[in-house]
Ligand binder design. Structure first.
Ligand SMILES: C[S@@+](CC[C@H](N)C(=O)[O-])C[C@H]1O[C@@H](n2cnc3c(N)ncnc32)[C@H](O)[C@@H]1O
Length: 382
């Protein structure tokens, strides 16, 4: 496909997303009904769609319409690509621009939901504009050295042997950054042999923050796909208990654990009762606002109601985890959110309603620190 035809395809996909289809489904369906498109085409279309999602509101302003066509036009303007080179009407390219579309409206939207913007402005004050810019950019491609098999230097050397050059990331002693979009990583020996995993550097930093130690009893209460359980087990060099309210989310874990060489023991909610752990890690469900550049659809789907729903789940998680922490143990509450309502305020409310706990310290990372946005609080059980 010529580049302009890819933009035309992205317009179709974006119209489906605007009508309510989830981005991965809309992209998959487009691919199924356009079998002539190769994998390179589908990737390029996906990149355009995700760039538009990152600029969801400003692209509509700059393109003059809340349609796929308007947003693609707006994205081109915002990224200094001459729209006349895309909207040519030749072959499968989008139709030529009409008079009204040739006007260049001002775009000043911050590309976060209206109800979220004041929360971010209040929290990040003078950093707000830079933060918003960072949230519109593509996320970096980070790797984690699996300490059970290699430290960061050894992992870097193994990747170099496969011709992949990576750089250290200061956020975590296990973090490496690869060239964005380098698809050789998942085929490299370092990856296949479990020396490295794909993981954002801030996610790694949050596990570092928890200081898992050899011999500790550790429970990952919100395990999901295991992004925290695997490095917790690698750092502790021992088994980690895993749990999720939706156990199906952990279905790929056995394979990932085997590749990483770690032992994870899945426990049902009933099996937790009456047991205690030195470290309970709660990577709570959240708005995902810290990772909107990686998953930009999250921001266009967030509503005041869905935010209230995750806040309620965060309350449940904190309250359920507290009795599972052994005396003298710690509860690490983490979110990949930038919103105080899910972070500092959620922790303050927990401390108000639960006696015997104190906040030792917390960490707050944003995309301005180089990785995803993350928050973690170290809560100690007296
Ligand atoms: C942010 S995700 C976890 C991501 C995971 N730790 C990772 O790094 O891949 C939150 C998880 O919490 C789970 N969850 C939601 N409410 C829960 C609850 N009340 N108790 C336990 N898990 C819950 C969800 O099913 C989801 O898998």
């Amino acid at each position: 496909m010529v580049p302009a035809a890819r933009y035309a395809a992205a317009i179709e996909v974006l119209d489906r997303i605007t009508a309510g289809a989830r981005a991965p489904i809309a992209l998959r369906d487009w691919g199924r009904s356009n079998r002539f498109a190769g994998s390179g085409d589908r990737r390029a279309i996906g990149d355009i769609v995700h760039d538009v999602l990152r600029h969801w509101w400003s692209s509509a302003q700059a393109g003059g319409a809340e349609t796929g066509r308007g947003r693609v036009l707006g994205l081109l303007r915002l990224t200094d690509v001459d729209p006349e080179t895309v909207f040519t009407g030749v072959g499968h390219a989008p139709a030529v621009l009409d008079e009204a579309e040739r006007d260049f409206p001002v775009a000043d939207a911050s590309d976060v939901p209206d109800f979220v913007e004041p929360m971010l402005r209040a929290r990040f004050s003078e950093d707000f504009s830079n933060l918003i810019d960072a949230m519109r950019s593509r996320a970096p491609l980070d790797l984690r050295a699996n300490l059970l098999k290699a430290d960061r230097d050894q992992a870097r050397a193994a990747l170099a042997a496969d011709g992949i050059d990576v750089e250290d990331v200061a956020l975590s002693t296990t973090a490496l950054r690869a060239p964005t979009g380098d698809r050789r990583i998942v085929r490299s020996a370092a990856y296949l042999d479990g020396l490295v995993e794909l993981q954002d550097a801030s996610s790694q930093a949050v596990v570092d923050f928890a200081q898992p130690k050899r011999g500790e009893r550790i429970l990952d209460y919100c395990t999901g796909a295991g992004g925290k359980a695997l490095p917790l087990a690698a750092r502790a060099a021992g088994p980690v208990d895993v749990h999720d309210i939706a156990p199906a989310r952990m279905r790929d874990l056995p394979e990932r654990a085997a590749r990483a060489g770690v032992t994870l023991r899945a426990l049902s909610t009933d099996a937790l009762a009456g047991k205690h752990w030195d470290l309970v890690f709660a990577d709570a469900p959240c708005s995902g606002s810290g990772s909107w550049r990686r998953d930009p659809e999250g921001k266009i789907r967030l509503t005041p109601q869905s935010l209230a729903d995750v806040q309620s789940a965060q309350t449940d998680v904190l309250d359920a985890c507290a009795p599972l922490v052994a005396p003298g143990g710690r509860l690490i509450y983490a979110t990949c959110s930038l919103l105080p309502a899910e972070n500092e305020e959620a922790v303050a409310a927990f401390l108000l309603r639960t006696s015997g706990w104190k906040l030792l310290r917390n960490v707050s990372l944003t995309p301005l620190d180089g990785g995803d946005g993350f928050f973690a609080a170290w809560l100690e059980h007296a």
